[in-house]
Design a protein around this ligand. Structure first.
Ligand code: SAH
Length: 240
């Protein structure tokens, strides 16, 4: 469970941060990251943690989601709503199957949104997968800590079902981290603008489609280097 961190974005009610720590600890998770929480540390968070204060004490606080997930190879965003762009989607069980077999050294972030507005599209752009807890379609929004509980429960059960954890052989090159992917997307966007392929007015939707394409490919570090090499040569060629 130490390869998976729970990330809460823009949490408004400190009580939900405490309840999340409690939900995590019951399922043996310990790594909590908070992105721009409205109020933290807070007495209400500690009270609702009900003994899981060690998790609050060790929680990291970040200004942006990009910083919170920079070291992760797998970034999965939990969303109560279906989104207009079709991002690859996982149920908690499918997510658990994926994450219990992570090769050594790979890390995952499970990202949860704001109580009122969830995650923004720009935040979802950082995620390779969306996670949706199947619920009553007429009433699909769980309380934040309840959503964390369901997802952590599935991971815990999958770990129990798998027995003692064995890491599969690490791949030839490690998967790219979120930070490397972000640098690649920026490079790609700059290049596509400079060669006139992207027009500013369609930049956002086109970049979102390209992200979806590259996320699906699950690029490793070598592949990102190759793609960036191609981009650099494209720019050089155009200048000549
Ligand atoms: N009104 C918000 C819901 C926020 S609930 C919206 O429309 O997006 C707070 C967070 O809990 C969500 O951002 C999501 O991360 C998580 N969550 C709640 N219900 C969920 C569900 N059915 N599936 C996946 N995540 C859910």
């Amino acid at each position: 469970m130490h390869t998976v961190k729970i990330v809460l974005v823009g949490t408004t009610h400190p009580g939900n941060i405490g309840a999340t720590a409690r939900a995590m600890k019951t399922m043996n998770f310990s790594r909590l990251a908070l992105v721009a929480p409205k109020q933290f540390p807070s007495a209400e968070a500690s009270a609702r943690a009900a003994g899981a204060d060690d998790i609050l004490a060790q929680a990291y606080v970040y200004d942006t989601l990009a910083e919170a997930v920079a070291d992760c190879q797998w970034v999965i965003g939990a969303s109560a709503r279906r989104r207009s762009i079709q991002w690859p989607e996982l149920t908690p069980r499918q997510c658990a199957a994926k994450l219990t077999t992570l090769p050594e050294g790979e890390q995952a972030a499970l990202v949860f949104g704001r109580e009122h507005s969830g995650l923004s599209n720009a935040e979802l752009d950082l995620c390779q997968f969306l996670l949706h807890i199947p619920v009553n379609p007429e009433f699909s929004s769980l309380n934040l800590a309840a959503a964390v509980q369901v997802v952590c429960y599935e991971l815990y059960q999958a770990r129990l079902d798998n027995g003692p954890h064995t890491h599969p052989t690490p791949p030839e090159a490690p998967p790219a981290s979120a930070e490397q992917l972000e640098r690649f997307y920026q490079h790609l966007q700059d290049t596509l603008l400079s060669i006139g392929f992207l027009r500013p007015e369609q930049q956002q939707s086109m970049m979102r489609r390209l992200r979806r394409l590259y996320h699906r490919a699950q690029l490793d570090r070598k592949e990102v280097d190759i793609l960036r090499g191609i981009l650099s040569m494209t720019t050089g060629f155009r200048k000549r």
